[in-house]
Design a protein around this ligand. Structure first.
Ligand SMILES: [Cu+2]
Length: 178
């Protein structure tokens, strides 16, 4: 019985140690970096209507720099990364051109397949949104929710107690056999 208890403790400790490592696997290599000096491969401007991006949808190569540029617009605009396509809520820790401006030059260099979705905050209610598809786009749109901060943090917390319950049940069965 002591052997089983020792084994149980070892496995429980291991399951807790293993949990943080498991969450790191959801990390992807896709990045989007603000690069003020990079040359523009694509330029997004303000449409004649004044409350749309043009083009609102853009497909670029891996490593391309996209520049959002406008000068002396009648209204101030900005570019803020959103969590999902068509959404108007800013992504936590996402990129932003900062405060809305009538004149802007915001440059982002994209690395890795991804969908970069964004909104102009002052005109979110007018659906002033856009998307940049980099390379093949998001490799697994279905798993996007799983890799976001809240749910991925929940998973290890749930997995460890589940492992403990399973091990305790196994120990009880083994103990009964003796
Ligand atoms: Cu705007």
């Amino acid at each position: 019985m002591r052997l089983i208890a020792t084994l149980l403790c070892t496995l429980v400790v291991f399951s807790f140690l293993a949990a943080p490592g498991m969450s790191e696997e959801t990390d992807s290599s896709a990045t989007a970096v603000v690069s003020p000096e990079a040359e523009c491969d694509h330029v997004v401007r303000i449409a004649p209507s004044g409350i749309k991006f043009s083009p609102a949808s853009l497909t670029v190569d891996d490593g391309a720099t996209v520049c959002w540029q406008w000068t002396d617009e009648s209204m101030a605009h900005n570019v803020v990364e959103t969590a999902e396509e068509g959404g108007t809520e800013a992504a936590e820790g996402g990129l932003s051109s900062g405060e809305a401006n009538e004149t802007e030059d915001f440059r982002v260099t994209f690395t890795g397949d991804q969908d970069f979705t964004y909104v102009c905050e002052p005109h979110a209610t007018s659906d002033m949104v856009g998307i940049v598809t980099v390379g093949e786009g998001d490799p697994a749109p279905a798993s996007e929710a799983g890799s976001s901060s809240s749910s991925s943090e929940d998973a290890p917390g749930f997995a460890a107690p589940a492992a403990v319950v399973a091990l305790m049940a196994a120990a009880m069965i083994l103990a009964r056999r003796d």
